[in-house]
Each structure stands twice: as structure tokens, then as C-alpha cells.
Design a binder for this molecule. Structure first.
Ligand code: NIG
Ligand code: FE
Length: 413
């Protein structure tokens, strides 16, 4: 199947090179005004300026679509989500509005353990169905590649259930999907006073099965006060590395306890959250080879200070934006909102947020050769906008839907 798009007002993110963008490189978004784009089957086959079209494609294919000035962007690459979860937790949201603290909500059975309880009671089929519905919603909002974590199972059986659901999503979906094993999300009730026992179970009982069934691409740990210490994080990263799982870690969400230093030493692909950073840590991230992934909707929902995006960019960090879609701290996986908040609250520029949410997001999932920019041979993952006056308008006019159509691997969503 061949589709030709003509009269594209702006074709954004036309980039052949697949390098991770750092610091001020993020402000460069190669684009073409008045362009065409050719899709053959699942891939981008050609693109260029309209004036080149008669020479490049003299015979227009039957399926030629005149976009009349609409913009085309590569689909969002959301490199940090917890999309597989059971039910929802809006009762905790109401508690929070009533003024209850995190600890009080936890005492009422809230938090990660609440999601774990719900997930335990939900069958694999039901979990798959709920997750597939969410994935469909996100694809309509322009997400074409996604990372999904386990971490609401917290037992051998339920962690495997979550990862098997992700594996089924991989097989059934047109989106590119990566799985991260987050057994170390919190301690289940029965290991409340035996942290070493739970870590032993992760290493000796979960990891070998996950590796044998190829259920994960990465390992994740919630490195935080009251959760997993830097030493425990290091131990878990080493255990994951023995099975070829590179770390993508939750660090510095609430406290700066050494997660960044641990992650860098463990050759992490990405260090995520980063709400709480010291000046030295910002400099460390500037020199870190991997990705610094910011999750502004989690800061928004928890009413925390936003991540210091500008300071990170000035320090030359490879900033990535992701949704953290989960039932507790970011019950939205809308990357358009992530991007608008990043502009409005973190003072990132439209070009920077698009790079951070596309090519850099792809990089944070090792998918940079497949998705994240407009180039020949990459997946035809395209956002077609409604008529809009400029790129900036997408984020300035926040909360409204500016997407008209989404194509993922050459198929309309
Ligand atoms: O990434 N911080 C750790 N985990 C999730 C939230 C977990 C939850 O409340 O369900 C996050 O924000
Ligand atoms: Fe998260």
C-alpha cells in the first residue's frame, strides 16, 4: 500500500542522524515547509519539498492525500509508563483533596500496594483488555512507541502476569513496545520487615524466569528513601545486567540519596523523574551518556516543584520527556499535555519538547533506528494536525486536541 501526502504545511523532525540530542542541540528541529511525504507499506519511503515532487514522483499514486497546509510530525515516543495496571485510584485522589497526607492515604490501604492488591485480583485476560484500551487511547493522542513497566505485581506470579500482558501487547499492537521489570517498586506487605528477603526473591525467583521467557528489555528500581537504597539498587542492577537487562531507573523523585551516581555507575540507559536535584547532580547528568528523563505530569499531579529542565539543558544533559502514566502519580498518558506543561511550567521551547518527546524518547528505548523522526526507512508513525498556524500553537493552546489523524506503521489509528 502506497500513500502520498502532499502540501504539508510543515513536515517537522526530518532527521537522518540518530544521535541522542544533548543540551542546546535540542533546540534544533529540522523541518520542511510545503513538503510531501511518501509512505510505502509500514515505512517512510521518501519526502521532500513540493517543488521537487514532479521530478521525484511524476506519476501520483492512487492514494494521494492533499493535506492543505496541515502539519505532520513523528509520533510521540513515551519512554516511561506504567500503563499495565488494574482499575484506578480516584478514591485516593479524593482523600488528597480532603487534605490527607501520603502517609495517611497509605494507612488507608492506598498507594502502590493498593494497585498491587487490585492487580492480584484481576485475571490476565482482564488486565490485557484494560491495558489494550489505554494503549488505543494513547495512540489516538499520537503516541506511537511506548515503554511499559511491571511493578504492581510484587509477587512472582503477579509480576510475571504483568510482563506477560506486556508481551501480548507487543504481539498484538502496531506500536513499538519495550518492557521494563520493576519488581523493586516497593516492598509487598509480607516482606515489610524483610527487605533482603524480597530482594532475594526478585533475584533468585523472578529474574531467571523473566530472562528465560524473554519478558523484559530493561530493569528498573524505585531508588528512594523508604523504598530501595542506592546499595540495593546497585545489587539489583548487577543482577539484571547478568541477564542482559540494562537499567532505566526511578531516581531523585522525592529525595537526593545517590540514585544518580548509582545509575551512572551501572551504565543506565536512562535516569528518570529528577524532581529533586542538587547543583552537582545537574552537572553529573550533563556529562552522563544516557538519558535524563523528566516526567512533568507526575510533578503536576503531586503538586511538586517541576524538574529543572533549563538548568539540565544548560548543563548539556540529554533531556527526554515521558508521561509516567500510572494510577497513582500521573493518571494521564497524554504526551500532548506533557509537552504543553513542559513549555508552560519548565520553560522548554516547542522545538525542544518535540525533540525530547520523539527522537530522544526513541533513544531512551533503543528504538532510535525505528521511530522518532521523519526519515526514509523508519516506521510511518505520523501525527497529522488539524489546521494550525504554527508549531508553538500546539502547546500554547494547551488541553485542546490539535491532532486530526494518527498513522502508526502505515496504518490509520
Ligand atoms: O513513577 N514513583 C514511583 N512509582 C510511580 C508511582 C506509583 C504509584 O503511586 O502507583 C511513579 O511516579
Ligand atoms: Fe514511574
Amino acid at each position: 500500500m502506497t500513500t502520498l501526502f502532499t502540501h504539508i504545511g510543515l513536515l517537522a523532525g526530518t532527521r537522518d542522524a540518530q544521535e541522542l540530542l544533548r543540551g542546546h542541540q535540542l533546540a534544533q528541529l529540522p523541518s520542511m515547509e510545503d513538503a510531501y511525504l511518501l509512505v510505502e507499506d509500514e515505512q517512510i519511503a521518501d519526502y521532500g519539498f513540493m517543488y521537487e515532487l514532479p521530478l521525484k514522483i511524476p506519476q501520483l499514486p492512487k492514494n494521494t492525500i492533499d493535506l492543505q497546509g496541515r502539519f505532520v510530525l513523528p509520533c510521540w515516543c513515551d519512554s516511561h509508563t506504567h500503563l499495565v495496571f488494574a482499575g484506578s485510584r480516584e478514591n485516593e485522589f479524593i482523600y488528597k483533596l480532603q487534605g490527607l497526607s501520603y502517609a495517611e492515604i497509605a494507612a488507608k490501604g492506598g498507594g502502590i500496594l493498593n494497585s498491587a492488591k487490585k492487580l492480584n485480583e484481576t485475571s490476565e485476560e482482564e488486565l490485557l483488555q484494560q491495558s489494550e484500551t489505554r494503549l488505543q487511547q494513547l495512540s489516538e493522542l499520537g503516541t506511537g512507541a511506548i515503554e511499559i513497566k511491571s511493578g504492581y505485581g510484587l509477587s512472582v506470579e503477579s509480576e510475571l502476569k504483568m510482563l506477560r500482558v506486556i508481551k501480548q501487547l507487543k504481539q498484538r499492537s502496531k506500536l513499538s513496545i519495550k518492557a521494563s521489570f520493576l519488581g523493586a517498586h516497593t516492598y509487598p506487605e509480607i516482606f515489610k520487615n524483610d527487605h533482603a528477603g524480597y530482594i532475594k526473591m526478585i533475584i533468585e525467583e523472578m529474574l531467571p524466569v523473566i530472562a528465560a521467557e524473554k519478558l523484559a528489555d530493561y530493569i528498573d528500581v524505585f531508588c528512594e528513601t523508604g523504598f530501595f537504597s542506592p546499595a540495593e539498587t546497585e545489587q539489583l542492577c548487577k543482577a539484571g545486567a547478568a541477564y542482559g537487562l540494562r537499567p532505566k531507573l526511578h531516581v531523585n523523585q522525592l529525595n537526593s540519596i545517590g540514585g544518580i551516581q548509582t545509575g551512572i555507575a551501572a551504565n543506565a540507559l536512562s535516569l528518570d523523574h529528577l524532581e529533586t536535584l542538587t547543583a552537582e547532580e545537574i552537572q553529573l547528568l550533563g556529562k552522563f551518556d544516557g538519558c535524563s528523563t523528566l516526567l512533568p505530569t507526575a510533578a503536576f499531579f503531586l503538586r511538586m516543584a517541576y524538574q529543572p529542565a533549563r538548568a539540565l539543558i544548560d548543563a548539556n544533559a540529554a533531556v527526554v520527556l515521558a508521561s509516567d502514566y500510572n494510577p497513582g502519580s500521573s493518571p494521564s498518558g497524554n504526551m500532548n499535555l506533557v509537552n504543553a506543561i513542559s513549555c508552560i511550567q519548565m520553560k522548554m521551547f516547542p522545538e525542544e519538547v518535540i525533540n525530547a518527546s520523539t527522537l530522544n524518547g526513541a533513544y531512551a528505548m533503543d528504538l532510535q533506528n525505528e521511530v522518532g523522526s521523519i526519515t526514509n526507512g523508519k516506521n510511518a508513525n505520523l501525527i497529522i494536525t488539524k489546521p494550525i498556524p504554527s508549531l508553538a500553537y500546539l502547546f500554547y493552546s494547551f488541553g485542546l486536541i490539535h491532532i486530526e489523524k494518527v498513522m502508526i506503521r502505515g496504518n490509520w489509528v
